[in-house]
Design a protein around this ligand. Structure first.
Ligand SMILES: [Zn+2]
Length: 90
């Protein structure tokens, strides 16, 4: 089977958080769920939870990984996100 490079940027849908109106993006995770993340990606210093551009959730990430922090971590209504299950990892 021919290998196909799938490193192209996946479509990101820029929206506003429905709770706090902060601009954010939906990133599709490898599990096929959408996670609302901060627009600006970060390089981890170690210990963060991020969603990588290819949709993997890194918890307690090693230093030097690039990704976007799930918005609920910064959202003042973050508790509602967790209850609502929008943090789409299980
Ligand atoms: Zn918010």
């Amino acid at each position: 089977m021919a290998k196909r490079k799938t490193t192209k940027t996946k479509a990101k849908k820029q929206v506003q958080c429905s709770k706090c109106a902060t601009p954010a993006v939906w990133i599709k995770t490898v599990r096929g769920k959408w996670m609302l993340c901060e627009i600006e990606g970060i390089v981890t210093e170690g210990g963060e939870t991020i969603c990588t551009p290819d949709g993997r959730i890194l918890r307690n990430a090693e230093p030097g990984n690039y990704g976007n922090v799930p918005h609920w971590q910064n959202c003042k209504y973050g508790n509602n996100y967790r209850k609502g299950g929008e943090y789409g990892d299980d």
